[in-house]
Ligand binder design. Structure first.
Ligand SMILES: CC(=O)N[C@H](C=O)[C@@H](O)[C@H](O)[C@H](O)CO
Ligand SMILES: CC(=O)C(=O)O
Length: 305
């Protein structure tokens, strides 16, 4: 029987959280940000309050305000708004899940708790089940990002348990390099959405059958990544490889500079012309004014606006 459930496809931008110079939320920027993603990057899905959005560094109240604002502006323009509700506190996660449903989000996602970690796969699934049950009408996506959570259970092993225990379970945002685990999930759980989350090797995940991708770079490399996906779909593997390699060269530059979230936010500001402000935690950015032209010209070659 064909499923009536709408599948999440294509690119999902993991949004940055716009902030003022004082690191307060800068909500008025969000409307412009939504239009930029649609018009300049052709991206019509967003993942809010995740890693890139600094969800874990924000208060519950701030996360609610952000979810509301993103939903308000994306509602009739984008295909889907997924709100990340994972926290170290189960109560906070449930609160955020219920709030996401009440404000009109299309889906929720949660990471595993990562300070006191689940002691077994079953414990993790029980936890996720409670979070998902706080918003039973919304599709639930497990957010697998072992490099940050330290929770490394094979997703393939978890999928069957999540399918059995969580009625709203719809898929996984898979931010890990283990393509065998990813491939096993795709082939054994065909009715679920498997969204890949390591942008710099998306082509490998497409070859395994990825249904879509969620990531930070789609904020500024969305159009280029779509070109790579189109080449792959047409069977033009050489062109797809070339585009993936070009994107990788940009990421090598970023990683060689030792850049992370505060610099990613600046890269986004430089490319979009929308001021994202600094990161929330007092992490000092090492992207200096003398780097601006180099970042801009590299991105311009990659993704001419
Ligand atoms: C750790 C992290 O932030 N992972 C993101 C998604 O999960 C990715 O989108 C990366 O930001 C991206 O692949 C660049 O390394
Ligand atoms: C990158 C990603 O998917 C996140 O920021 O959560």
């Amino acid at each position: 029987m064909a499923s009536a459930v709408r599948r999440l496809k294509g690119l999902v931008a993991a949004t940055f959280t716009p902030m003022t110079t004082m690191s307060d939320l800068n909500l008025p920027v969000i409307q412009q940000y939504v239009d930029y993603l649609i018009e300049k990057q052709n991206v019509r899905n967003i993942f809010v309050n995740g890693t890139t959005g600094e969800g874990m560094s924000l208060s519950v109240q701030e996360r609610k305000m952000l979810a509301e604002e993103w939903v308000k502006h994306a509602k009739n323009k984008m295909d889907s708004v997924m709100v990340h509700v994972g926290c170290l506190s189960l109560e906070d996660s449930k609160d955020l899940a219920a709030h996401a449903a009440s404000c009109g989000a299309d889906a929720i996602s949660a990471v595993s708790p990562s300070f006191i970690k689940p002691s077994s796969q079953d414990a993790l699934v029980m936890y996720l089940k409670e979070v998902a049950a706080a918003a039973p009408s919304l599709p639930f996506y497990y957010y697998h990002i072992p490099s940050l959570t330290g929770v490394r259970y094979q997703v393939f092993d978890l999928m069957g348990k999540m399918q059995k225990e969580i009625p709203s379970f719809r898929g996984v945002k898979f931010s890990d390099v283990n393509l065998m685990d990813f491939s096993l999930c795709i082939h054994n759980y065909k009715e679920f959405d498997l969204l890949y989350g390591v942008d710099e090797q998306l082509l490998g995940a497409l070859a395994c059958g990825a249904h879509g991708a969620v990531g930070s770079t789609y904020n500024y490399l969305g159009k280029t990544t779509y070109k790579m996906m189109a080449a792959f779909e047409k069977g033009d593997l050489l062109k797809a490889q070339e585009l993936q390699h070009t994107i990788q060269k940009f990421m090598v530059y970023v990683f060689d500079m030792g850049w992370g979230l505060p610099e990613f936010k600046q890269i986004m500001s430089l490319n979009s012309g929308i001021d994202m402000g600094p990161a929330r935690l007092p992490l000092l950015s090492s992207l200096q004014p003398e780097h601006h032209e180099s970042v801009k010209s590299k991105l311009k070659q990659l993704n001419p606006l």
